[in-house]
Design a protein around this ligand. Structure first.
Ligand code: ADP
Length: 150
């Protein structure tokens, strides 16, 4: 059983995340979308809203689920019996950041991080840009899955 977690804030879920998840599910038997809870972070959407965006978007995909967690990502992997962490790479900045985290996680555990390169046309999408567009009453419909648009 190849089970991966896809960790992040998903504030909110974007078409960039959606793309990585749908491509990831061809590699793994199961993906748990893991929403990390960080008490120091201010979110635009509540944890319940962020979970709902994900459950509704993937309601027809039985091998994709969502859970929230606190603490180290590798500890959460052990808790849910996942051997893989799935991450998306958009640009060299992501690479440098992800490299340090993946090496650290590898030092702390046997868990392997698997990277998928963003699809062309989606690399510019990030939750922070979507939040900026929302805050300024812009049209964000082309950046997020249909359920999030509502
Ligand atoms: P974080 O809070 O850790 O920045 P995010 O929720 O923004 O997490 O992202 C979770 C994962 O989704 C990360 O691996 C990130 O690189 C990936 N991701 C986000 N946007 C895109 C995109 N447009 N294309 C590919 N991967 C993406």
């Amino acid at each position: 059983m190849r089970r991966a977690i896809f960790p992040g804030s998903f504030d909110p879920l974007t078409l960039g995340h959606h793309d990585i998840i749908m491509r990831g599910i061809t590699l793994f038997d199961e993906i748990i979308i893991a929403i990390g809870k960080n008490a120091d972070k201010k979110y635009m959407f509540t944890l319940e809203q962020r979970m709902k965006f994900i459950t509704e978007t993937f309601k027809d995909q039985p091998s994709i689920s969502v859970k929230s967690y606190q603490g180290l990502t590798v500890d959460f992997c052990k808790k849910v019996n996942a051997n893989f962490i799935l991450r998306g790479l958009r640009n060299p900045g992501d690479f440098e950041f992800e490299k340090a985290i993946a090496h650290t996680n590898r030092k702390l555990s046997e868990i392997e991080t698997v990277f998928l390169l963003t699809s062309s046309g989606k690399s510019y999408i990030s939750s922070s840009i979507v939040r900026d567009v929302i805050r300024n009453n812009g049209d964000y419909t082309g950046l997020v899955p249909p359920f999030v648009r509502k």
